[in-house]
Design a protein around this ligand. Structure first.
Ligand code: ADP
Ligand code: MG
Length: 326
């Protein structure tokens, strides 16, 4: 089967002060239509960065992402919002529902951007929420629902448009273990039923059970890929090989932030803030066709497309502090 998504040599570097952090280091992998791919790795291993780049929410320093053979780095800014809306959906750890809207309104909103009449979109949203076990919570605001219920709403919101791909970043990260199982079961059932491709990021090895393939990430690289359908694995490097390099990178991070300032924690807060902003952008401003974080007019090549990588002020530390403090 032809891959749905081809990821080639994907690299992302962030500059922090004078240090350059390689969040993603030359990652290549194909994703097939209808697959459930799990990206498993410890905090800081580059999972969120991978997801954002593959979804076109952020630009790679190097490398390309092709969706059905189309290089998404080539898509113009104003077409990108439409492409995202038609093709993909997101689920985040922190749900990212619009707090002032009811469950029904949150779920039906993506259909509004497609110009569907109110009656029709409300009926569809109600049906989906009912299937997902929230038929009695249609009028509730997010603050009136449990974490598990909110995440169900966000699953319904993600699926209402029949996306081809669903990207999920630690979708059960805020939930207890019982609710985690419930949410995972619902998620897997819904995506399998609809034939949606699911790319899910997690640091929890217990959640990979239903995945077709598990991609193990370590320090921005793919360590191995396990195909759970036929019990085969492809190993790219061993953990021992990585230890030395990992220690060096930790030193780099420490130097970049100075003593007593855990750089990684700060940067991850930044990434979370960016996620939240992007989710709201994807949900609310899609209509305006603006607000994307991807750059316009970028070209796909296998050579250095963005000269001076990491030096272009990607996520400067000042931004991080602002976002973290907001
Ligand atoms: P994960 O999702 O696996 O926890 P991330 O993709 O968020 O990992 O981060 C990978 C690495 O990139 C980490 O070292 C992190 O500190 C760094 N990083 C992520 N986002 C930024 C950013 N906006 N600015 C600087 N460094 C970042
Ligand atoms: Mg993450």
């Amino acid at each position: 089967m032809a891959p749905l998504i081809e990821i080639k040599g994907l690299t992302k570097k962030y500059r922090i002060g004078r240090e350059v952090i390689t969040a993603l280091d030359n990652v290549s992998v194909d994703i097939e239509p209808g697959e459930f791919v799990c990206l498993l790795g410890p905090s800081g291993s580059g999972k969120t960065t991978f997801l954002h780049l593959v979804a076109g929410l952020d630009r790679p320093t190097r490398g390309d992402v092709f969706v059905k053979g189309l290089c998404i780095n080539k898509i113009r800014e104003k077409d990108m919002a439409l492409f995202r809306r038609r093709f993909m959906a997101f689920i985040f750890q922190s749900y990212n529902l619009v707090p002032t809207l009811s469950a029904l309104e949150n779920v039906s909103m993506p259909l509004m951007f497609d110009g569907m009449a109110k009656n029709r979109r409300n009926r569809r949203a109600k049906d989906l929420l009912t299937q997902i076990g929230l038929g009695k919570r249609l009028r509730n605001k997010p603050s009136e629902m449990s974490g598990g219920q909110q995440q169900r709403v966000s699953i319904a919101r993600a699926l209402i448009n029949d996306p081809k791909v669903l990207y999920a970043d630690e979708p059960t990260g805020n939930l207890d273990s019982r609710t985690t199982k419930e949410i995972m079961d619902i998620l897997v059932e819904r995506v399998k039923e609809k034939g949606v491709t699911l790319v899910m990021v997690t640091h929890n090895a217990n959640l990979t059970e239903h995945a077709d393939r598990v991609i193990y990430m370590l320090d921005g690289r793919i360590q191995k890929i396990v195909d759970q359908r036929n019990n085969t694995e492809e190993v790219f490097f061993s953990e021992e090989d990585e230890i030395e390099e990992s220690e060096m990178r930790k030193e780099d991070a420490k130097n970049a932030y100075g003593e007593g300032a855990p750089g990684e924690a700060k940067a991850i807060v930044t990434a979370e803030a960016a996620e939240a902003a992007e989710a709201v952008e994807a949900t609310i401003s899609a209509e305006a066709g603006s607000g994307s974080t991807t750059g316009a007019d970028s070209e796909c090549t296998d050579t250095d497309r963005h000269p001076g990588e990491g030096a272009g002020g990607e996520a400067a530390p000042e931004d991080g502090q602002t976002a973290a403090g907001a």
